[in-house]
Design a protein around this ligand. Structure first.
Ligand SMILES: *Cc1c(COP(=O)(O)O)cnc(C)c1O
Length: 369
């Protein structure tokens, strides 16, 4: 059989797209780097795991139910989310992680020739999904490590469909206050969709940090993302959601594939929302303690850092971040090199247990000496 002519079959924007290479499973990495334990500080996971109620749901899932399709629209979970935020369940769409809802929104609003606007140093998936879908991604440089509201507004043209704001920003931890966000929304004036990615919402304690979902009534062009992967410790189960105005969500719903959210994830997410054991408080305390420790240790080492909201911070190294990654891996510590985020010579470290932070600092001292 002849080889298919991929140059003819594949659109140029797919052919030319550099695929993201996921890291190998931990067991393979341990063999590769010859380390007997591996500390994962690369994905901003919650070291406490899911809240106890969600853990119980996972344990109690009845194996024969594995044969039964889940609710195709996460019926009960949407009701639960809507009740918490005082919105209608039809204003909520649940996806296979917040990553999947990014694709829903771009598919719903964008066609060839359109563009989206976001920052150059932020969560990269908005830019990636746009690019491999043949949609131009305009990436606006950060200002003082934060999203540049005016720069984003200036980049808007008649083909701009969506503005993506990561609040707080991954990886810099900066956030837009309520005032900056509402001034921005007033300036956009409903002409484009404004996505506010609140993946780290539950970590932020600042009083002027705005709740995007509460702004939907006043600004019907706002779409908010939340995830169960970070604070709620359910990253392995892949579940996140978006919330928006009923008409907007009704359109986005047309682009989602049913059954992408599995039954265990739906039930565990419901239990996570109902948690009353202080899971969020405990996680915030752990993050605060580890952040204070790291800030002090890194400043003693003379390493500049960028720290804000969220369970992560960025460290600037005297040399290559990708080389530091390989050296730290040999010490059994996995961090995120930031070259891919357009921050060469920087690494992002998740704020985990204090003991983990001590191991990280020890390994960093060793590889830099
Ligand atoms: C982790 C993360 C997500 C994606 O979360 P999933 O629900 O695991 O797909 C989205 N946005 C930001 C900013 C994140 O850091």
């Amino acid at each position: 059989m002849m080889q298919p002519n991929l140059d003819l079959l594949i659109p140029a924007y797919v052919r030319e797209f550099e695929p993201y290479i996921p890291s190998k499973p931990d067991a393979e990495l341990k063999k590769l780097y010859r380390c007997d334990r591996l500390l994962r500080l690369n994905n901003n996971e919650n070291p406490l795991g899911p809240p106890p109620g969600a853990q119980e749901v996972i344990c109690k899932f009845s194996p024969p139910s594995g044969a039964v399709y889940p609710s195709g629209d996460s019926y009960y979970l949407r009701r639960e989310i809507a009740a918490i935020h005082g919105i209608d369940p039809d204003q909520v769409l649940v996806g296979n992680g917040a990553n999947e809802v990014i694709t829903f929104v771009i598919k719903a609003f964008c066609e060839q020739g359109d563009n989206i606007i976001t920052a150059d140093k932020t969560f990269a998936v908005y830019e990636w999904v746009a690019t491999f879908s043949g949609i131009e991604a305009r990436v606006i440089p950060l200002v003082r490590e934060g999203f540049d509201d005016r720069g984003m507004l200036r980049a808007i043209d008649h083909r701009t469909k969506i503005l993506f704001v990561c609040n707080p920003n991954n990886p810099t931890g900066t956030y837009w206050s309520r005032k900056i966000l509402t001034d921005f929304l007033d300036a956009v004036d409903g002409r484009q969709i404004v996505v506010i990615d609140e993946a780290y919402f539950e970590f932020v304690e600042a009083a002027d940090y705005p709740d995007g979902i509460a702004l939907i009534r006043q600004y019907p062009n706002v779409v908010v993302f939340r995830t169960f992967s970070k604070m709620y410790g359910l990253a392995a189960l892949r579940i996140g959601y978006l919330a928006g105005n009923p008409d907007v969500v009704d359109m986005i719903r047309r682009t989602c594939v049913v059954y992408s959210v599995n039954a265990i994830a739906q039930e565990a997410a419901r239990a996570a929302l109902q948690d009353d054991t202080g899971h969020i408080r405990r996680t915030r305390e752990l993050v605060a303690e580890s952040k204070a420790f790291l800030c002090e240790e890194l400043s003693k080492m003379g390493l500049p850092l960028i720290a804000g909201e969220g369970n992560y911070l960025i460290v600037r190294l005297p040399g290559s971040d990708t080389l530091a990654y390989r050296k730290l891996m040999r010490e059994g510590v996995m961090i995120r090199p930031m070259t891919g985020f357009r921050y060469p010579d920087h690494i992002r470290v998740s704020l985990a247990r204090l003991e983990a932070m001590e191991v990280f600092v020890g390994a960093l001292k060793k590889i830099l000496s």
